[in-house]
Design a protein around this ligand. Structure first.
Ligand code: 1GP
Length: 230
């Protein structure tokens, strides 16, 4: 299924161990896609390990690129984050420039999807790494959403609450000003109810950490999203 149609995706961290049975449950859960991505200790080795193990299943897989060294062919998509509210140009266009200098001539642009990230939890690892120091308020988020859709014409605007459950008013505010750009929501979804609530607003919800804390609860989010009309 084309990523544009995804309503639910799991995000698997290459740095965290996961056994074959659990991986099979996730891949065969009915989720629309699996995103392989993390912040710390992502290596070519652990990315390749997940790629090989996930390729046994038909679920589409995307690599969310956090380091250039861990990029490998074989994924259906390469999601490239650009952190719109970072204070450090490295995370907005710096690594991207470096990567394009080296690999620009051999990239398959059809597989590459740029995600305009807006990080809303200043305590999460991604915020600390990318120099997000202030929590954007509703007006800020609306401006970032418009920046993603109209200024930069990005296909995806990603509201990242990683590790904490977001405010529905903020997600709604972003959704109201988006038309062509897809709204991804990720952060703190631990129950079917939370998955449903965010899926009623966002186009795609991303479920991460709960996979490692309570697999059954993670799997229940798939059905919950399917019960919401898109
Ligand atoms: C993280 O948005 C994803 O990048 C999902 O967040 O791990 O909190 O579910 P959680």
């Amino acid at each position: 299924m084309d990523y544009i149609m995804w309503r639910h995706a799991f995000k698997i961290d290459p740095a965290k161990p996961i056994n074959d049975d659990d991986l099979e449950c996730l891949a065969e859960s009915g989720t629309d896609g699996i995103i392989v991505g993390g912040t710390d200790d992502v290596t070519l080795e652990n990315v390749l390990d997940l790629l090989v193990r996930l390729r046994r299943y038909s679920v589409p897989i995307a690599l969310e690129v956090s380091t250039v060294e861990s990029v490998t062919p074989g994924f259906d998509y390469y999601f490239i984050p650009t952190v719109l509210n970072s204070t450090n140009a490295k995370w907005i266009n710096g690594i991207h420039h470096e990567a394009l200098r080296e690999y620009g001539h051999m990239m398959n642009w059809d597989e590459i999807i740029t995600e305009g990230y807006c990080i809303l939890n200043p305590d999460c690892k991604a915020a600390q790494l990318t120099g997000v120091t202030e929590v954007p308020d509703e007006e800020d988020v609306i401006a970032y959403a418009r920046m993603a859709e109209h200024l930069f014409k990005l296909p995806v605007f990603y509201l990242e609450y990683s590790g904490s459950y977001g405010k529905t008013e903020i997600v709604e505010a972003a959704k109201r000003v988006l038309d062509k750009t897809r709204l991804f929501y990720g952060g703190g979804i631990t129950t079917a109810e939370e998955a449903k609530q965010m899926a009623e607003i966002a186009d795609t919800i991303i479920v991460g950490n709960i996979i490692y804390d309570d697999l059954k609860a993670a799997l229940a989010t798939v059905e919950a999203v399917k019960s919401v009309s898109s």
